[in-house]
Design a protein around this ligand. Structure first.
Ligand code: IMP
Ligand code: MG
Length: 174
């Protein structure tokens, strides 16, 4: 496997995150916002998006099991690291790198709703099109992409390529 065609450039991502950050700033003005990043993939999106949010935001992280080294989801979601804090009465915004099968977020939303946050919304940089998934309302979305395996900007293949500053398609060699 190797780095294939660039799908979304650094400039396009910067511009989109700035726009998303501006909307989030307007929507949460006067509210106590807690941004929750889903590790590991969301760490880069979270860091860059958060710097475009002009509010006194708090942060927390969750880690869930996903792909391992394969490129297809197992459908099984396991919490490896839970939130450090209670979210009852808080305005929670979940930040994800990509929505593929949607199983991770579907599970997380059910899991976090039970804790009775004041609000619970989703932000995702990438959404794969043409995928059958449980209904998910993504309030802040970046780009719709074709159903290909992509890397970069937090997204990995077998643990690598997360630090690519753009999103590229993973390509078979030969
Ligand atoms: P889900 O299938 O929507 O539950 O996605 C679960 C997780 O799989 C995402 O948060 C990503 O970390 C990972 N993932 C999904 N699609 C890709 C991809 O194209 N490249 C790299 N990781 C991916
Ligand atoms: Mg992830």
């Amino acid at each position: 496997m190797k780095i294939g065609k660039t799908l979304i450039t650094t400039e396009q991502i910067d511009e989109k995150l700035e726009e998303m950050g501006r909307t989030i700033t307007e929507d949460y003005r006067g509210k106590d916002l807690l941004m929750v990043g889903i590790l590991k993939g969301a760490f880069i999106v979270m860091a860059d998006l958060a710097r475009h949010v002009d509010l006194p935001v708090e942060f927390d992280f969750m880690a869930v099991s996903s792909y391992g080294a394969a490129t297809k989801t197992s459908g099984v979601v396991r919490i490896l690291k839970d939130l450090d804090q209670e979210i009852a009465g808080r305005h929670v915004l979940i930040v994800e790198d990509i929505i593929d099968s949607g199983l991770t977020l579907h599970y997380l939303i059910r899991n976090l709703s039970v804790r009775q946050p004041a609000s619970l919304e989703l932000a995702a940089l990438l959404i794969k099109d043409e995928i059958d998934r449980p209904q998910l309302e993504v309030k802040y979305e970046g780009f719709h992409i074709p159903p290909e395996f992509v890397i970069g900007y937090g997204l990995d293949y077998a643990g690598k390529y997360r630090n690519l500053p753009y999103v590229a398609i993973m390509e078979e060699e030969g």
